[in-house]
Design a protein around this ligand. Structure first.
Ligand code: PRP
Ligand code: URA
Length: 209
């Protein structure tokens, strides 16, 4: 059964409020997204497996824990997902990075694929699919479909802001994909933008509007 984890730590909520404000410019928006991603990373990586290893401290030999060497992949949905890569990479530097290029057609709001480059062994990796916005869920389900078609089995999705409609769409098609999100907002507006949301994440990140 699909799980939705809301990462509502006060620091995340405070930084998200700053990101929502129209007056926040691209530089701050980018920095805040990286900071929030790192804070969310704590919750998202909580169930990674550990193993026991023997190490030597300056005092004596002891048993300690290390990550079980499970292979990970971070896959941003372009463009806005790029804003969440640095935060994750700084936590898990050994992860490989794949890219899925999708944009929403302005008329239909349906996702259009324009790029897909994934690690060859994606089927053996735990995939962290990242995108700040989960609106209708069209882009997310298209990305999961691409990942599945290339053999990915374990996928978790990490968003900053989600609409209930987007969560329901991913739930319905991929009940096994867990979703981590900093906020579930109220709804979508007539243009399929998240309300209250933060506007167009890609444009705000890259200053294209
Ligand atoms: C945004 C966002 C998601 C998508 C969410 O990307 O980053 O990928 O919309 O909407 P959906 O859930 O209704 O599919 P956009 O298509 O604006 O492309 P961009 O990141 O290149 O700006
Ligand atoms: N894409 C965005 O960037 N923002 C929204 O609110 C919806 C889709």
């Amino acid at each position: 059964m699909n799980k939705v984890v809301i990462t509502d730590h006060p620091l995340i909520q405070h930084k998200l409020t700053l990101m929502r404000k129209t007056s926040t410019g691209s530089k701050d928006f980018r920095e805040l997204l990286t900071e929030i991603t790192m804070l969310m990373g704590y919750e998202v990586t909580k169930d990674l497996q550990l193993r026991d290893v023997e190490i030597e401290t300056p005092i004596q030999k002891t048993m300690a824990k290390e990550l079980d060497g499970k292979k990970l992949a971070i896959v941003p949905i372009l463009r806005a997902g790029i804003g969440m890569v640095d935060g994750f990479i700084s936590l898990i530097p050994a992860a490989k990075v794949g890219h899925i290029g999708l944009y929403r057609d302005p008329e239909t709001c349906e996702p259009v694929e324009y790029y897909c480059k994934l690690p060859q062994d994606i089927g053996e990796r735990e995939v962290f699919l990242v995108d700040p916005m989960l609106a209708t869920g069209g882009s997310a389900t298209a990305a999961i479909e691409l990942l599945r078609a290339r053999g990915a089995k374990n996928i978790r999705m990490i968003n900053l802001v989600a609409a209930p409609e987007g969560i329901a769409a991913v739930h319905e098609k991929y009940p096994e994909v867990n979703i981590y999100v900093a906020s579930v907002d109220e709804k979508l507006n007539d243009h399929k933008y998240i309300v209250p949301g933060l506007g167009d994440a890609g444009d705000r990140l890259f200053g294209t509007k």
